[in-house]
Write a protein that binds this ligand. Sequence first.
Ligand SMILES: [Zn+2]
Ligand SMILES: [Zn+2]
Ligand SMILES: [Zn+2]
Length: 125
Amino acid sequence: MTRSRRALLDLIESHPRPLGPRELHRELRRRGTPMDVVSVYRNVAALLELGLLHRVLGSTAVRPCAGREPRCHHAVVCTGCGSAREFHSRPLERALSEVRRATGFSIQEHLLELRGLCAACRSRA
Ligand SMILES: [Zn+2]
Ligand SMILES: [Zn+2]
Ligand SMILES: [Zn+2]
């Protein structure tokens, strides 16, 4: 892992909500570890490839991976503050196997993200 990727990952892990490449670029400069936009994009792509980050579905923002197990990492994302948490569910995986059997598809991957309000945002509402 290069120093710049480390700095980028540290920023993403310490930030309370997922950030997109432009925001990462701005935040790195603010923290005194500037990186040009092209490098931000390239390093984000590399970290995604390594499985250390996940993209928020339908967005350019990325969040850190909370687990290191080689299994799928689903997330609940707060629509209020943007915070995300990973979860894994055996019953859910079993249900998805059922879909595979029913459709006859050979499934390579599945992406699942639930959106809602986290406990902190709910108590503020
Ligand atoms: Zn993950
Ligand atoms: Zn899954
Ligand atoms: Zn929230």
